[in-house]
Write a protein that binds this ligand. Sequence first.
Ligand code: 13P
Length: 340
Amino acid sequence: MNIDALKSVANAIVAKQKGVLAADESSPTIKKRFDSIQLESTEENRRRYREILFTADGTERTLGGVILFDETLRQSTRDGVPFPTLLAGRGIIPGIKVDQGTKALALHPGNKVTVGLDGLAERLAEYRQLGAQFAKWRAVIEIDERDIPSPFGIHANAHALARYAALCQEAGLVPIVEPEVLMDGAHGIERCEAVTAQVLQAVFAELDAHRVLFEGMLLKPNMVIAGKKCARQAGVQEVAEATLRCLRRYVPAAVPGIVFLSGGQSEEDATDHLNAMNAMGAQPWQVSFSYGRALQAPVLAAWKGQEGNVAAAQQALLKRCHLNGLAREGKYSRSMEAAT
Ligand code: 13P
């Protein structure tokens, strides 16, 4: 394992003002996104959309990395430049989603587990050859009134995340470890904090047991936030404080960066929460973003699948990248949404 190389990639992804664009939607997920703009999910439409994202000028100032899906890692621009080569040439590190989605956890009703460990070592070797320098694996933890997640459900997901992370580091790829506590449901922010705490504690215990080098990984957690259907939604400052309190208790200072998922928050909320955390002063790790929907929703809405809208779509991406870059330094305010 080349420790210095892993550390240097992990640190570059979360360099000053930088974060990650998650553009790794699986085929069913990108179909859902395209449905929202009445666009058919053909291979060419998916390729063209990712080309629009990856060629947007100026985004290299705030994107340290982009996460791709298997199909996308193998695709190229119209001019025949493979996407990983294009991104690397712009100073943006290409990464790859390597999990294969969730399944019901056998004999544990209500709990899910992420699959994809079989053959992972071989896939990682191929991805590295294709230009990926980091990887992502997403575990999904649902909160329900009836004792869900169960302690074993949490353990099974933490174990799989650690198996994945160890394989990545052995293959020379930086693992992004993503345990996502979903914001679906009616639970309050307190329950989200308690479950997130249990999950992070289990994840780092497993990572340690698997000998994963904390300095050569990144954590992609949810923010601590009330469920979407909860009557009491916490304010921006409350979310920022609860999230940092929880992370400071359970995430080792050796981890170079936290890159939050957006999880269904509006793009403004995701930026505002990130800003509020960075405005609270220096933390043991970089506090950054790895947003999918919160970066892409306005891009899809502007593009609508039409060539005439490409410039507006790229402008929409640049705007979100720029505002999140400011939020990395606690210098964003909502009034900038109208101005930019
Ligand atoms: P969202 O920001 O849309 O939650 O996506 C991030 C991601 O990569 C989920 O795995």
